[in-house]
Design a binder for this molecule. Structure first.
Ligand code: ADP
Ligand code: MG
Length: 272
């Protein structure tokens, strides 16, 4: 299992959308995929249709349950793909804050460990900023995807995020690679998008960052897709955002190389 944390200092930059869609697109490629919703806002869980009254299991109930089988916590979100979700309920993870602060920082890593041999790629969705939840994700993860919008504050936030990731990883004595910075929610026609793409490409040439080649375009209807309980790649497989996230998943796969199995893509897109 390779674990990827989706991290950003900013909210509303597409972390949750990226987590759900990259996970679904990797599952379409035939990989065994797990998502962990480690954001107290529970947006990832909600975007897979798990509202707060849903009786299915929640990650917070397994955080202190040594001896319980974590497989019981995994919610299967597809009938024909190997993709599961460790869901949470709105603000329920927040109630775990003091316990997580009192721990050694690796509660989430320990929670995921039993699934190591059963999952190819795990994606952890996190809240914005330098939170106890994000720190747990940094400890649990091997790699990070950092989504960013093209913009001045966003560029500063992205470089801050990279500094925080590096400092945190050093502090926790874990290795966390940067799988890539992903430009999201951008209109390729905007001058600002081109300017920032150029600037980021320069940073990449200077080896300051690693950048995904794919840019996720802005497409207004996507804001409504979460209501349907399915990621855009399955709900609207031909829309521009779905096409782009499938490309990102291909890039993710390439970047992970031999660390994920070379399965032949048995599934096609559009499971809905
Ligand atoms: N490429 C996009 N096109 C249109 N809307 C988007 C796009 N990416 C994200 N959004 C919308 O922006 C909002 C914030 O995205 P979200 O994934 O929840 O961000 P975060 O998890 O970083 O807070 C959501 O309403 C989402 O649907
Ligand atoms: Mg989110």
């Amino acid at each position: 299992m390779i674990t990827i944390a989706v991290l950003s200092q900013k909210g509303g930059v597409g972390k949750t959308l990226t987590s759900a869609n990259v996970a679904a697109a990797l599952a379409d490629q035939g990989l065994k995929v797990l998502m962990a919703d480690f954001d107290p806002q529970a947006d990832l869980s909600a975007s897979w249709g798990l509202d707060d009254d849903d009786p299915r299991p929640r990650i917070e109930n397994f955080l202190d349950s040594s001896g319980r089988d974590l497989r019981d916590a995994v919610v299967a979100v597809s009938e024909d793909r190997d993709i599961g979700l460790l869901a949470t309920g709105y603000e329920r993870l927040r109630q775990q804050t003091s316990r997580l602060l009192a721990g050694d920082g690796s509660e989430l890593a320990r929670l995921l460990a039993p699934l190591h041999d059963e999952v190819d790629v795990a994606l952890i969705d996190t809240p914005a900023g330098d939170t106890v939840f994000g720190r747990q994700a940094i400890v649990a993860a091997d790699e990070a995807i950092v989504p960013m919008l093209p913009g001045f504050h966003e560029l500063r936030a992205m470089t801050r995020a990279l500094d925080v990731i590096e400092a945190r990883a050093e502090h926790e004595r874990t290795q966390l690679g940067l799988l890539g910075v992903l430009v999201v929610n951008a209109d390729p026609r905007w001058r600002s998008t081109k300017e920032y793409a150029h600037h980021l490409a320069q940073m990449e040439r200077a080896n300051e960052i690693s950048l995904f080649e794919t840019v996720i375009p802005r497409h207004q209807p996507v804001t409504e897709h979460a209501r349907f309980g399915l990621p855009t790649v399955w709900l609207r497989p031909s829309c521009s955002v779905a096409v782009a996230y499938r490309q990102v998943a291909v890039e993710v796969r390439e970047r992970l190389g031999r660390r994920v199995p070379a399965v032949i893509s048995s599934a096609t897109s559009g499971a809905s």
